[in-house]
Write a protein that binds this ligand. Structure first.
Ligand code: ATP
Ligand code: MG
Length: 459
């Protein structure tokens, strides 16, 4: 079997062979090549020890970085192409569920393939002899489009529980199914994912959420119980009826349905996943029996913040998702002043993402409601475009007066009062953009101050 690989990769294998060392391209690179996809990185496996690899490539004038010598890995730069070269090894004792506590180097590529997670990742290819080493029938599974654990699935997942999430992530990236035994082993061991660090879970989750078949990935997460290990809060909405004619799904089913309509943007997908997380906690029923969820957007924003902190997301991403969840109920019938205030709160950059969240949410309602809301949505967008085109001051910076102007005109000393006055003026301007003139605003500032004094005197 002949696979076309970059000449640099073949050169690296040639160099190792010249030193009487074996050399195979392994892992995801071969999988992707067979599938006709562009490999993201190149992994080589060899029986040469890390120090020998350093010597061989260093001696031939290539840049060598000892990235993980303890685990047998050296990165070699062939021209500009980085290759990860790892000595054949087996692992044991995954005591901390992160890295094997012991790595033993072995002489045989087959043993090395046996430690890998899935059959489709346990392929080794010799690009000089055009030979594929495939002891676990990875080719067969690639053709059948199946993710199957190498060896005993149960054992492999208890060694490293992250593999369960990787299985789902690969299914979402490749559009593959997960083999029955592998599936059952995940269901039985899902709770073990709790032992994995937040960062590793987060990174896999991000890739899953942005994968072409992310919908399938989410369904697997739910089916296997992994979703509720990562997001125990979402379990509250599972099978939770909404008792409302505009809904045809339970809370979590609605969320899953809404995900279908999201663009592949991480903050949007996270926001939609979490937008109704607080609904069960905010549930009440009216006299007519209808369900209500007053305050769920605000409560959801708080929960989303906690959840994302727990998963060690960046401050910036958390901030954006929190705003998206908090504002996700935006009323489509709002008038121009409310729209201006919305834009001021959300910011112009985040606004398109908020609209994506809103749209996805709308599309996951009852059909009658969808038709009605989509019409309203179009009207809303039309009006919003006009609002944005008006070039009115949408951030406080655009006010015709500054804090300094206020201090000079009113003799208020620097302090929180200045900010308070500015905010009041800004709200007026958002209500009526014609108010944004220097003379008018300074006059208003004085009025506000008088009222403030009067208020305090009376209090
Ligand atoms: P991608 O790069 O697209 O994520 P990949 O299969 O190359 O896919 P890597 O994380 O780059 O994944 O790992 C390279 C190879 O190392 C994998 O193909 C697999 O053989 C092995 N591997 C990676 N992580 C694990 C793990 N947790 N358990 C067992 N084997 C693993
Ligand atoms: Mg890789």
């Amino acid at each position: 079997m002949e696979l076309v690989l970059p000449e640099e990769v073949r050169d690296a294998c040639r160099l190792l062979n010249r030193h009487r060392k074996q050399a195979f391209v392994v892992g995801g690179g071969i999988r992707d090549l067979v599938l006709g996809m562009q490999p993201q990185d190149w992994d080589l496996a060899t029986d040469a020890r890390p120090r020998e690899v350093e010597r061989i490539f260093g001696g031939a004038g290539f840049r060598v970085v000892p990235t993980g010598v303890k685990y047998g890995t050296v990165t070699v730069y062939m021209n500009d192409l980085p290759l990860e070269i790892t000595t054949f090894r087996v692992e044991s004792n995954y005591s901390d569920f992160r890295r094997p506590s012991q790595v033993n180097f072995v002489a045989d590529v087959k043993a090395d393939l046996g430690r890998r997670d899935f059959t489709i990742n346990a392929l080794a290819y010799d690009p000089l002899r055009y030979h594929l080493c495939d002891p676990y029938h990875g080719m067969r599974d690639l053709i059948k489009e199946i993710i199957r654990a190498v060896g005993d699935a149960e054992e492999r997942f208890s060694e490293d529980p992250l593999r369960m999430l990787r299985a789902v992530r690969f299914a979402a990236e490749l559009g593959f199914s997960i083999d029955e035994k592998t599936k059952h082993a995940i269901i039985r061991n899902a709770e073990l994912l709790n032992r994995i660090s937040a960062e590793r879970i987060r990174d896999e989750l991000n890739r899953l959420l942005l994968a072409p078949h992310f919908q399938r990935g989410l369904e697997y997460l739910l089916e296997f119980g992994l979703l509720f290990v990562i997001f125990p809060e979402l379990k509250e909405g599972w099978l939770f009826s909404q008792y409302h004619p505009s809904h045809r799904y339970t809370v979590l089913a609605h969320t899953m349905e809404a995900m279908r309509y999201t663009p592949p943007i991480l903050k949007v997908r996270l926001a939609v996943l979490l937008h109704d997380v607080a609904k069960p906690r905010c549930f009440s029923r009216g006299d007519d029996g209808r369900g209500h969820f007053y305050g769920h957007a605000l409560a959801g924003a708080e929960m989303a913040e906690q959840i994302m902190r727990r998963l060690h997301y960046s401050k910036r991403l958390i901030r954006d998702v929190v705003v998206l969840v908090r504002e996700h109920m935006l009323a489509l019938e709002m008038g121009p002043a409310a729209q201006r205030r919305l834009v001021a709160r959300v910011g112009k950059e985040l606004l398109p993402h908020l609209l994506s969240v809103r749209r996805a949410d709308i599309l996951a309602h009852s059909l009658k409601q969808v038709v009605r809301s989509l019409d309203e949505y179009d009207v809303f967008i039309g009006r919003l475009e006009k609002t944005l085109a008006e070039k009115i001051p949408l951030v406080m910076r655009d006010l015709a007066v500054s804090g300094r102007d206020i201090m000079e005109a009113t003799a208020v000393p620097p302090g929180p009062l200045v900010g308070k006055i500015l905010r009041k003026l800004w709200e007026e301007v958002l209500d009526d953009p014609h108010c944004n003139s220097r003379e008018y605003l300074l006059e208003r500032a004085k009025r506000i101050l008088e009222r403030d004094d009067a208020g305090r005197g009376a209090g």
